[in-house]
Design a protein around this ligand. Structure first.
Ligand SMILES: NC(=O)c1ccc[n+]([C@@H]2O[C@H](COP(=O)([O-])OP(=O)(O)OC[C@H]3O[C@@H](n4cnc5c(N)ncnc54)[C@H](O)[C@@H]3O)[C@@H](O)[C@H]2O)c1
Length: 305
């Protein structure tokens, strides 16, 4: 045997051993990190707890999410904005699965922390498995002038509340989240395509989707998942602030592949899936629930007119 073939064999052996160690280690890591999937009760989420942020009225997408989570056995803790207190309290008795309501204003750290302080004081040791972030806001002045002239402070408000608040909520939620938790936020297609009138909110949604990816990567090693649902247009309080919103509804109804608009339940269904172990391998994604509108480029009608 020549010296070079001895070193070749030695090199080959070293390579084979390290490959073996790598395969075993990766296998072990994947196996221990992957929650088991299967069984008939995948959407039976009894025993699970959710924080739901963004209920303002019965029309809120977050309220449809509450109803669907409750039907699956989830106990709900709602964070409400003080200005919607009376509306939200009227809804309280409609869902016995609501464990508590606490004020939440994501504009500042202190007012966000208030929610978690109140939750933990009432429910010592309790943790949640699901976090719904269905929060969006931009001041009126973001929409009543050309985008070039929107003031810094209004842009900052829209970005803080509609995008950066996902990070703020998760920062304070983390000590109260069980392993393998699922966070779902709501976004809109104006994040990556021009939609007339959506203005500063387009930037906010783009940032929100970026936060979703960043936070998914940051929290993924501990098993936490973070995803966004990009909803088609739905008539709600937040949507009523978008000029020309009804025209968008009309256009989508005529031109989406499903020839309809989505409703709150369509979004709630996808949210339930993302909250459940059925989606255990999905994180950092933006899932479109928009009757397929986002895959189209030009309406069918231009071919016939
Ligand atoms: N309705 C649509 O067409 C549509 C489409 C795509 C995405 N979305 C998104 O869905 C989410 C929910 O909106 P919606 O349409 O159900 O309207 P909505 O008005 O019912 O909900 C918006 C929620 O944001 C909350 N919020 C605003 N500022 C807050 C603050 N400082 N602190 C805490 N909460 C605050 C409000 O209290 C309200 O509950 C928003 O992020 C919105 O941008 C809506």
């Amino acid at each position: 045997m020549t010296p070079s073939s001895v070193s070749d064999i030695f090199f080959y052996l070293q390579f084979a051993i390290s490959e073996y160690i790598l395969t075993v280690t990766v296998k072990e890591r994947v196996c221990s990190a992957t929650p088991s999937i299967g069984g008939s009760d995948m959407l039976n989420l009894s025993g699970k707890t959710a924080f739901v942020f963004g209920v303002a009225s019965e029309d809120s997408i977050a309220w449809a999410i509450c109803k669907m989570l409750a039907e699956s056995g989830v106990t709900l803790y709602l964070g409400y904005q003080k200005r919607f207190r009376s509306r939200v309290f009227q809804l309280k008795d409609k869902l016995p699965q609501i464990g508590g309501f606490y004020p939440l204003d994501v504009a500042q750290d202190a007012t966000t922390k208030e929610f978690f302080d109140a939750f933990s004081a009432d429910n010592p040791g309790k943790k949640a498995d699901i976090l719904i972030h269905a929060i969006g806001f931009a001041p009126r002045t973001c929409f009543d002038r050309p985008i070039l002239f929107v003031e810094d402070q209004d842009i900052n408000t829209a970005m803080t509340i509609s995008a950066n608040s996902l990070q703020r909520c998760l920062k304070f939620a983390l000590p109260y989240l069980n392993p393998n938790s699922s966070t779902i936020t709501l976004t809109y297609a104006a994040s990556n395509r021009y939609v007339p009138s959506y203005g500063i909110m387009s930037m906010a949604k783009a940032a929100l989707e970026c936060w979703t990816r960043e936070l998914a990567c940051h929290l993924g090693p501990e098993g936490h998942r973070v995803n966004a649902i990009s909803s088609g247009p739905i008539r709600t309080i937040a949507a009523s602030g978008i000029p020309g919103f009804d025209n968008i509804l009309d256009h989508v109804e005529k031109n989406s592949p499903l020839r309809r608009n989505v409703n709150q339940d369509d979004v709630a269904g996808a949210t339930l899936w993302l909250a459940s172990p059925l989606s255990s391998g999905v994180t950092g994604q933006c899932i479109y629930v928009d009757a397929g509108y986002s895959i189209t480029m030009v309406p069918e009608t231009i071919m016939t007119n």
